[in-house]
Design a protein around this ligand. Structure first.
Ligand code: ATP
Ligand code: MN
Ligand code: MN
Length: 278
């Protein structure tokens, strides 16, 4: 008998949000772990919701939906769909014909789970002020032949260089192959042209100083053996995965904020994943 999926109460609403097909598998079982269901995702959002909301509240978000699980089709959705849920707010952006998605509550995150939103990607604006940069993200994208130790070194270099400019920074795993280094710049009162220019120049200097390790062109061919410093996350409508967001990749990894002392050899980003509580 399979006791891993309690059927009694499985349909019970979570924080008042009803889940249809709560036992729907979104991340299939792997050899060392159980499958992750829609209800597991909703419960995960309930657990990390308040912490996650610090990073997404007041910012438009794209969601990646995988209604048939990670082996099925995925939908990158920026705009609310009529009838989806009033908990997923529609936010009008000046000069834009279509409203964007905003999720400001834990209930909203659970409603997103109901729609199989396996990833949440916010803008990086100041909350409720879409034209102002709150944070810059240096997205470190290694070529497949680059070891993770190199990515760790790159993250530390970004941190040191930001520090020279008087900027503190934070690091998070992506749930994928790289790392993100984030710095808060709200006090610098930058619009997106300034933010993008700053991020590009910062990345360019790093690449000029160590052209054998870094590059700032997106070309996958040219990347070989190097890390692409992806500064392109820094634009008004550009997004990056939210801290604590799961990823629609095998094993249900999540993007995990780290302290700088954790960013050292031996760091295994695969450790951070949805751990269902049953
Ligand atoms: P990794 O560590 O594996 O690089 P990542 O989250 O940094 O993980 P990237 O491929 O470097 O992944 O970044 C992709 C970024 O582009 C994401 O942060 C996301 O916000 C955005 N994005 C993802 N899918 C789409 C899409 N279909 N359309 C537009 N933007 C997307
Ligand atoms: Mn990346
Ligand atoms: Mn990237």
């Amino acid at each position: 008998q399979d006791t891993s999926k309690p059927s009694i109460g499985a349909e019970a609403p979570l924080r008042g949000v009803r889940l249809s097909s709560p036992d729907k598998v979104l991340w299939p079982a792997t050899k060392d772990r159980l499958a992750i269901t829609k209800r597991d995702l909703a419960e995960y959002y309930e657990r990390v919701g308040e912490k996650m909301l610090e990073h997404i509240r007041g910012r438009p978000c794209s969601i990646i939906r995988m209604p048939d699980g990670i082996e099925g089709k995925s939908f990158f959705q920026r705009h609310p769909v009529k009838g989806q849920s009033p908990l997923i707010e529609a936010v009008e952006i000046k000069g834009d014909p279509k409203p964007y998605i905003r999720i400001d509550t834990v209930e909203g995150l659970i409603a997103a789970a109901q729609f199989a939103a396996v990833e949440i990607h916010p803008w990086n604006c100041v909350p409720y002020q879409h034209d102002k940069a709150e944070r810059l993200i240096f997205d470190l994208d290694p070529a497949p032949d680059v070891g993770f130790e190199e990515v760790i070194l790159a993250a530390k270099e970004v941190r040191a260089r930001l520090k020279e400019l008087g900027l503190e920074s934070h690091c998070k795993t992506t749930g994928g192959k790289g790392l993100h280094v984030t710095t808060y710049v709200e006090h610098l009162d930058m619009d997106w042209t300034e933010a993008k220019g700053f991020a590009r120049e910062f990345a360019r200097v790093m690449a000029v100083n160590a052209p054998d390790r870094y590059l700032i062109s997106m070309s996958k061919e040219a990347r070989k053996g190097r890390i692409f410093i992806d500064y392109l996350r820094n634009d008004r409508k550009a997004t990056a995965v939210a801290p604590y967001s799961p990823r629609g990749r095998p094993g249900a990894p999540v993007s995990m904020p780290l302290s700088w002392s954790q960013v050292r050899n031996g760091l295994d980003p695969c450790r951070y994943r949805i751990e269902p509580i049953r």
